[in-house]
Write a protein that binds this ligand. Structure first.
Ligand code: HEC
Ligand code: HEC
Length: 237
């Protein structure tokens, strides 16, 4: 049993020591802020992007660094996960990307505004957050477990057709190939054995006309980009 004066000393001592620890840790954190947020990368574009982020209340649906609302995906690492081209295409017309699903607002931002938002998201993604959130999980679980399946890129025909840049930028977010990519759409290994070039061309031009109600988006591809991707898909045998 502590006497009254011992209890008081214990209380005061504990308060002083732990207040000291708390202040020391706070000072230490504040001293690291510049380095950990890479404040030298805070360009005007990043600042404009943050203002757009705030003005449009993106946090009313999204979280960033864990702050915000839980209706829509966490965006801290979205730049690393999706890349510039995907985010730009998505923000221009969000509903086209995920047809028939819950909706993100179409903001009608100018290209310059989208560039600023992307600069902001890129900067946020580079903040040293002690590894939070965990690495983006973009490997299809089904592909990861199928270790014995021969990988499409190893066959001579598929090597002959290099992967189009747009494919890596837009398609891999939802589809996996050779075990890498997203899980929203089906794996595209060997898809060239399933369909021919005419089908791929029609499919990419307007998925809804081939399969009404499909979740595959109609993506803004130029004729040349589409032709490259069609050739590439047809070679995945
Ligand atoms: C009304 C809610 C809402 C608001 C406000 C909103 N979003 Fe979204 N956002 C969504 C939803 C829902 C998704 C998931 C995709 C879908 O289903 O359309 C999404 C997806 C995204 C993605 C793609 C994420 C990924 O992993 O592919 C980005 C980038 C994004 N939003 C940026 C923004 C920005 C920037 C703002 C503010 C200018 C904003 N969002 C405001 C609902 C919202
Ligand atoms: C936002 C997610 C998303 C993106 C981005 C996307 N797809 Fe898809 N894709 C899907 C979904 C979902 C399906 C399944 C559609 C269905 O069966 O109704 C699909 C189906 C397909 C199929 C048919 C596969 C099969 O085995 O039947 C092909 C081929 C395809 N996509 C190619 C592409 C290409 C090429 C791109 C890039 C230009 C792309 N996709 C971008 C979601 C996506």
């Amino acid at each position: 049993m502590l006497s009254k004066s011992q209890a008081r000393a214990f209380f005061l001592g504990g308060t002083v020591i732990f207040s000291g620890v708390f202040i020391a840790l706070t000072v230490d954190t504040v001293r690291q802020t510049d380095a950990r947020t890479k404040s030298q990368n805070l360009t005007d574009a990043v600042k404009r992007g943050k203002l757009i982020w705030e003005k449009n209340n993106c946090m009313g649906c999204h979280t960033i660094l864990g702050e915000g609302a839980y209706y829509a995906p966490e965006l801290t690492k979205v730049f690393e996960k999706r890349g510039e081209a995907f985010i730009r295409t998505f923000i221009k017309d969000p509903q086209a990307m995920y047809p028939g699903e819950r909706k993100m607002v179409k903001y009608n931002f100018s290209d310059a505004e989208i560039t600023d938002v992307i600069a902001f998201l890129k900067w946020v993604g580079e903040i040293d957050t002690n590894g939070w959130p965990p690495k983006p999980d973009i490997v299809a679980p089904s592909a990861a477990t199928q270790v014995n399946t021969p990988v499409a890129t190893n066959t001579p025909e598929t090597k002959a057709v290099p992967q189009p840049e747009k494919f890596a930028q837009l398609c891999i977010a939802c589809h996996s190939l050779s075990g890498k990519g997203g899980v929203v759409g089906p794996q595209l290994d060997k898809v060239g054995a399933k369909y021919d070039a005419t089908y791929f061309d029609k499919w990419l031009k307007d998925p809804q006309s081939v399969k009404p109600g499909t979740a595959m988006p109609k993506l803004p591809l130029s004729d040349a980009e589409r032709a490259d991707i069609v050739r590439y898909l047809a070679a995945q045998k």
